[in-house]
Design a protein around this ligand. Structure first.
Ligand code: AMP
Ligand code: MN
Ligand code: MN
Ligand code: MN
Length: 294
């Protein structure tokens, strides 16, 4: 049945999601099982700045017959704005990649203490301990974990509301941070045999001019693709970034950016297909080739 759908309509590909290894709520193996149940044919796990969930996910995917792509989502600072670069088909044992990600992770704990101090000043005490409870991996303590704790305190109803009232620029709990440099992140991914993908461009608060400059630097550094159909985009943005992909000669990617049931608007594998005019980033990948007829 799945094979027939795959042959007739192309594979259901989801190349962006998170497990408890970063700020998702499911274990890597549970994520893989959920993707399979949802009809995903090709899945990439792309935890923030961390690859330690990939071996388990890959092993479970092999057991249940899901095609798996090892990935990562690297945090970058460009022009004062936080940018995310997804790496796909990476060799997650590559020492350069591992060292780069490790350097990117350091500083998260100090930042988390500063976030907690700022939240305490806004009437939310003990947020460091509160957020840590939600962090499956203490090295990856992130704003998502703070957001879940703030919901727990009853201060906000949802994580979305938290990201409107707290943790973002100009609001309590925002602490600016310097992540990796754009060319470094792309370089680690490429040197580990991976494809570098610009994650959810629609989320960045950059002027058109700055966005063009950022994408030009991304391409010059070796960036090859851009997320067009993303759980972090509106349907209007699918069209907008399809045009950007064509203008910059970039391949296109599709990813839900799923973080967990009940929290993410888009489940694994549930987004519309890529516009037909684009070259999918997986166009020449053996793991995305149609299954042989039996
Ligand atoms: P951090 O890496 O600690 O800055 O946390 C960033 C994470 O917070 C992202 O990967 C998202 O999972 C989450 N996040 C950021 N902005 C929003 C938002 N507006 N709504 C929901 N989640 C968000
Ligand atoms: Mn996240
Ligand atoms: Mn992201
Ligand atoms: Mn993500």
């Amino acid at each position: 049945m799945l094979d027939r759908l795959f042959r007739s309509q192309g594979p259901n590909v989801d190349l962006h999601c998170h497990s408890v290894v970063s700020d998702g709520t499911l274990a890597p193996t549970d994520l893989v099982e959920r993707a399979h149940r949802n009809g995903v044919h090709v899945l990439a796990l792309t935890d923030h700045d961390e690859v330690s969930g990939l071996a388990d996910a890959q092993a479970r995917a092999a057991e249940i017959g899901l095609r798996f792509v090892p990935g990562v989502e690297v945090s970058v600072t460009w022009g004062g704005e936080t940018i995310h670069i997804v790496g796909l088909r990476i060799d997650y044992r590559d020492p350069g990649l591992i060292a780069g990600l490790e350097r990117t992770r350091t500083g998260r704990d100090g930042r988390a203490h500063e976030i907690a101090a700022s939240l305490a000043g806004a009437g939310i005490p003990d947020a460091y301990e509160g957020a840590l409870k939600y962090a499956g991996n203490p090295e990856l303590i992130s704003r998502s974990h703070f957001a879940r704790y703030i919901v727990e305190t009853g201060t906000c109803e949802t994580v979305d509301e938290v990201f409107r009232r707290f943790l973002v620029e100009g609001k309590p709990g925002f602490v600016p941070h310097r992540w990796a440099k754009l060319p470094d992140a792309v370089g680690w991914i490429r040197a580990a045999g991976g494809v570098a993908v610009m994650a959810h461009p629609g989320r960045y608060r950059l002027s058109d001019l700055c966005m063009d400059e950022m994408l030009r630097e991304f391409v010059d550094a070796g960036g090859q693709a851009i997320e067009v159909v993303s759980g972090s985009h509106t349907p209007e943005q699918y069209g907008e970034y399809a045009a950007v992909a064509q203008r910059f000669g970039l391949a296109a990617s599709r990813g839900s950016d799923f973080h967990g049931p009940g929290e993410s608007r888009h489940d694994l594998g549930s987004l519309p297909p890529l516009p037909k005019s684009l070259t999918p980033v997986w166009h020449d990948w053996p793991e995305a080739a149609a299954p042989e007829r039996r």
